[in-house]
Design a protein around this ligand. Structure first.
Ligand code: HXC
Length: 260
């Protein structure tokens, strides 16, 4: 697939997707969003894929937001359509069958913070900055930020960030639970790869079902979510992974799982 705004490198089970518009601090325009959809559709066909890392080109920005120059002239209908396109990208990532990690290497603002929040795990470099500055521009977040931020860090802290538009540093993002860990810029990609190397040792079916149980369950009431968990738990017992995982434990050896 020919892509103008994304780099997608695949090696040994790990795909690194880099938003590559460094001159605009990797801002998301329509084409970049469409390329993200295409890229994830292709990655979905790789059977041995363990997981995906999303990052930004250069050392300054992860993604500094949706592209303000491209949005400036939109009317209400076009604005809504642009929001819906971005929301589709975030949902594609959130429901992707393999784990997706955001390697936040700089500014993650507006749509960039929303992109990071759609990922399963967020690792930040010490120089990362987060924020939802949309109110500075006379708009509100449009790629799911008003929904994912309060779900991730709670309504009070989320509203403070959303209503002030203030930027926070990586340590504050860690304190709020917006990121899982803060590392040096040099450690950022290696650390994300380490997480996926750890995932690669586990049962691929259980990884997929575990993500599904959390992601779909968070949208249900507790009783429905637990019923769904029971269904997915039951499904594990129809897999070779469960046979191998439990047998290996009882034989005191490492499990040998199949492809991810
Ligand atoms: C388009 C952007 C951009 C963006 C930066 N650039 N962010 N272009 N869209 N979101 C461009 C700048 O115009 C500039 O281009 C170049 O990148 C470098 O940026 P500078 O501002 O010169 O860098 P610096 O002074 O270091 O400031 C960095 C910054 C600032 C603090 C990140 O760029 C900034 O505030 N950016 C906007 C952040 C933002 O408001 N994001 C939310 C967007 S709304 P030139 O050509 O001058 O070199 C959003 C809504 C999502 O995301 C939902 C939509 C439905």
């Amino acid at each position: 697939m020919q892509m103008n705004n994304l780099l997608c490198e695949y090696e040994e089970g790990v795909a690194v997707v880099t938003v590559n518009r460094p001159k605009a601090l990797n801002a998301l325009n329509r084409e970049t969003l469409e390329e993200l959809l295409g890229c994830f559709a292709e990655l979905a066909t790789i059977r041995e894929l363990v997981g995906v890392i999303i990052t930004g080109a250069g050392d300054k920005a992860f993604v500094a937001g949706a592209d303000i120059a491209a949005m400036q002239g939109l009317d209400a209908l076009a604005g809504r359509a642009f929001g819906l396109l971005g929301q589709r990208v975030m949902r594609t990532i959130e429901t992707f069958a393999k784990p997706v990690i955001a390697a936040v290497n700089g500014f993650a603002l507006g749509g960039g913070c929303e992109l990071a929040m759609a990922c399963d795990i967020r690792i930040a470099a010490v120089n990362a900055r987060f924020g939802q500055p949309e109110v500075n521009l006379g708009v509100i977040p449009g790629f799911g930020g008003t929904q994912r931020l309060p779900r991730l860090i709670g309504v009070g802290p989320a509203l403070e960030l959303l209503l002030t538009g203030d930027m926070i540093d990586a340590d504050e993002a860690y304190r709020l639970g917006l990121v899982n860990r803060v590392v040096t810029p040099e450690q950022l990609l290696p650390h994300c790869r380490e997480i996926l190397a750890n995932v690669a040792k586990k049962g691929p079916i259980s990884i997929k079902l575990c993500k599904e149980a959390v992601r779909a369950g968070m949208e249900l009431d507790i009783d429905s979510a637990c019923r769904q968990e029971a269904d997915l738990f039951g499904l594990c017992f129809a897999s070779a992974d469960q046979k191998e995982g439990m047998q290996a434990f009882l034989e005191k050896r490492a499990a040998m799982f199949g492809d991810h």
